[in-house]
Ligand binder design. Structure first.
Ligand code: PLP
Length: 380
């Protein structure tokens, strides 16, 4: 069928028309267990009554106003998010996406810092806008079509102490995903992340944790920062934060916040009331339904039962898991889809990503392990 949509995404072979709980219903009447959540966005699955109620209530009350006016719901969302985050990240700026959050985090890092370059970690992904693309591994040579990066960037290897010396007095910021999502759910060593913190303290660089994919409860902790016991100066998050509504956030320490003035950052849609109401609800549901503990429990079950068929090991944390395959991961993904289970691929051709809703019922783990064991591709 001819389409007016720009053709930039390969399409999965089904069309979801509605959804319930952890399942998508396709146009052809198939129910698919969704362990991918639209790139880790559907954090409470589909049709959660609190999400539905929040959307309806807030739409009736006030659909939109900008940061130019004070809103109680924005204040409350910021307060809940700061309380959900590691101690010390008190100030919040709401935006609309992960890339926008990183773009603003990097801008904050350059504000009032004499450093002129940024250090990033190999295999990290930070988004497709100019600054976020510049610090994304593998974008070199094309920078998502931009002719050059807006600032110099150097990449250091994962988990290796020798890279730390690239961080010097000329470094404004170091940006890192504590669990690298697109790379295949690679959980970086806590010791490495602690060493980054120490080196940033020595040189005056700001440490930015990009928790766009691994944050908001996905690791079984509020943020991965808690899991590795490192507090960054700035933390960005998005994806799971509003259960499907486009929201991003930049959290920062008071010291970083003092660099900003009126006009330093801006956004039209960021911090709108619908978005903020959902942020408040998502945190409320994570707390009231005990979802952090649930993620840790069910993640352990996946780890202990799903190294079967084509899977040789599992990496990552919580519900950001990388299933490392003996064979090409896209073959396994296609095979699982024949069993009505959707998982994601990653930048690593041998790693599948499993990023289910935080409230995934435990009973579905058996379906995944049985489908993996039955995976026709595992014997080839
Ligand atoms: C770690 C990380 N940072 C940033 C982004 C960019 O987020 P967005 O696509 O919302 O701009 C992504 C998206 O996958 C991501 O995984």
């Amino acid at each position: 069928m001819p389409s007016n949509l720009l053709d930039v995404y390969p399409q999965l072979p089904f069309e979801p028309v509605s959804a319930e709980g952890s399942h998508l219903l396709t146009a052809k009447g198939r129910w698919i267990l969704d362990l991918y959540g639209g790139h880790a966005v559907a954090s409470l699955g589909y049709g959660h009554p609190r999400v539905v109620e929040t959307l309806a209530r807030q739409a009736k009350e006030l659909t939109f106003q900008t940061n130019a006016v004070p809103l109680k719901i924005r204040e409350r969302a910021a307060e809940r998010l700061a309380a959900f985050a590691p101690t010390g990240l008190n100030q919040v700026f709401f935006v609309n996406s992960g890339a926008e959050a990183n773009e603003n985090a990097l801008r904050l890092a350059f504000l009032g810092n004499k450093g002129k370059k940024v250090v990033a970690v190999e295999h990290g992904f930070h988004g497709r806008t100019a600054a976020a693309g510049a610090v994304t591994w593998g974008a070199a040579g094309k920078w998502y079509a931009f002719p050059q990066t807006p600032f110099p960037v150097s990449f250091i290897p994962q988990n290796r102490a020798d890279g730390l010396f690239s961080i010097d007095e000329d470094t404004a910021a170091v940006i890192v995903e504590p669990v690298q999502g697109m790379a295949g759910a690679v959980d970086l060593d806590a010791a490495f992340l602690k060493a980054l913190r120490e080196r940033c303290d020595e040189t005056g660089a700001l440490l930015i944790f990009d928790e766009v994919q691994c944050g908001m409860g996905r690791t079984g902790f509020g943020f991965a920062a808690e899991l590795v016991d490192v507090v960054p100066d700035i933390l960005t998050t998005a994806k799971s934060i509003a259960a499907g509504f486009p929201v991003g956030a930049v959290l920062m320490s008071d010291a970083v916040a003092r660099r900003a003035r009126w006009g330093s950052l801006g956004t039209t849609f960021g911090g709108g009331p619908m978005a903020c109401a959902l942020v408040e609800t998502v945190i409320d549901v994570i707390d009231s339904e005990g979802l952090l503990q649930h993620v840790r429990n069910v993640s352990s079950l996946i780890r202990s039962t799903c190294v079967v068929g084509p899977i040789k090991k599992i990496q990552g944390a919580g519900f950001l898991l990388g299933l490392v395959c003996h064979i090409n991961a896209s073959i396994v993904r296609d095979d699982l889809l024949k069993h009505d289970i959707l998982v994601g691929t990653s930048a690593d051709p041998f790693v599948l990503r499993v990023m289910p809703p935080l409230n995934l019922p435990e009973k579905h783990v058996g379906e995944l392990s049985r489908a993996l064991a039955a995976c026709a591709a595992s014997t080839t």
